[in-house]
Design a protein around this ligand. Structure first.
Ligand SMILES: C[S@@+](CC[C@H](N)C(=O)[O-])C[C@H]1O[C@@H](n2cnc3c(N)ncnc32)[C@H](O)[C@@H]1O
Length: 255
C-alpha cells in the first residue's frame, strides 16, 4: 500500500499541530540524539528541528514515497528507510519520538516496552496516536465495511489499526519509567464539507479499506456510502462548515 505525501499534506496544518503540542511538553534540556519514527514527509521532524537546533536528528519511515518527499523538502536532515517493527538503536537515543504512526503497528505492549528500551538514561519516549475508540470517523467506516457487498474482504482493513486505552499504556510503561505523563486532547478541525472529511481520511486510515476493493466502481461506492454516513454524523454549523472532532492520545515516558 503506497502512501501519497501530497494527499497527506493537504491538511498539513491540522496534522502538524499535535506534534508541535507534544514537543512543547517534552521536558528535556538538550537532547543530542533524536529519532522521529514514522517521520512521513518530514513535517514532524521539522518541528523537532525548530526546537532543538543543535541535535542530531534522524527521520525513519518505511515508505519510499514519504522518505523521498522528506528528503526533498529537508535535504540537510538524515532520512532512513526502515521498518519500526524491526528497528533497534545501535546507540540509545535521548529522544525516541513518534507522531501519528504507531497505530499502524500491532502488539503495543511489546512494541512500547521495546521502544522505551531504546531510550538513553535521562531521555524520553514521546508518542502521539489517534484515540478513535468511539469516533464517528471509525464507527461509520466500520459500518460501511460490514455491507454484504464487501464485508468478507474487510477483516484485515478493520484490524489494520491498533487503538488501546490510556490505562493499557500506563500498565506497560509505569513499571519501566522514572516519570510518566499521559493525556488526551480533542481537536476541533473546521472542515468545508463532509467530503473534506473523506479526503482527510483518504490520506490515512481509509487506505486499508479502499485497498481491499478491486474495482474503481466499488471504491467510489464505498466512498459514497461513507460520505452519506459522515453527512449525518457531522452536522453543519451556521456558516455551512463542519466541526470535525479528532481525539488524540499523548504519552511521554522519561527514563
Ligand atoms: C500518518 S503518517 C505520520 C507522519 C508524521 N510523523 C506526522 O506527524 O505527520 C504515518 C507514517 O508512518 C509510516 N509508517 C507506518 N507504518 C510504519 C512502519 N511499520 N515502519 C515505519 N514507518 C511506518 C507511514 O509510512 C507514514 O509515513
Amino acid at each position: 500500500m503506497n502512501w501519497d505525501a501530497d494527499l497527506y499534506l493537504q491538511f498539513a496544518k491540522e496534522r502538524t499541530r499535535p506534534s508541535s503540542d507534544l514537543i512543547s511538553r517534552i521536558n528535556l534540556l538538550q537532547p543530542q540524539r533524536i529519532i522521529d519514527l514514522g517521520c512521513g514527509p518530514g513535517n514532524s521532524t521539522a518541528m523537532l528541528r525548530q526546537k532543538w537546533l543543535q541535535a542530531d536528528i534522524t527521520g525513519l519511515d518505511n515508505s519510499p514515497e514519504m522518505i523521498a518527499a522528506a528528503s526533498k523538502s529537508y535535504p540537510s536532515e538524515k532520512w532512513v528507510l526502515s521498518n519500526i517493527a524491526s528497528w533497534s538503536a545501535e546507540i540509545p537515543f535521548d529522544l525516541v519520538f513518534s507522531n501519528a504512526t504507531l497505530q499502524w503497528l500491532p502488539n503495543h505492549g511489546k512494541l512500547f516496552a521495546h521502544l522505551f528500551s531504546q531510550v538513553a538514561l535521562g531521555g524520553a519516549l514521546a508518542i502521539q496516536v489517534p484515540a478513535h475508540y468511539q469516533s464517528p470517523l471509525r464507527q461509520v467506516v466500520d459500518e460501511v465495511s460490514k455491507d454484504p457487498l464487501w464485508s468478507d474482504r474487510m477483516d484485515r482493513a478493520r484490524n489494520a489499526l491498533t487503538f488501546e486505552r490510556p490505562r493499557f499504556y500506563y500498565d506497560v510503561l509505569q513499571p519501566l519509567a522514572k516519570y510518566l505523563e499521559i493525556w488526551e486532547t480533542e481537536y476541533y478541525h473546521v472542515m468545508d464539507s463532509p467530503k473534506a472529511i473523506v479526503n482527510w481520511f483518504r490520506g490515512t486510515g481509509l487506505r486499508p479499506f479502499l485497498g481491499s476493493l478491486e474495482s474503481e466502481q466499488q471504491k467510489e461506492k464505498f466512498e459514497q456510502m461513507l460520505l452519506e454516513g459522515y453527512t449525518k454524523a457531522y452536522p453543519q454549523q451556521n456558516d455551512g462548515r463542519i466541526l470535525f472532532p479528532f481525539r488524540r492520545l499523548f504519552i511521554i515516558a522519561y527514563r
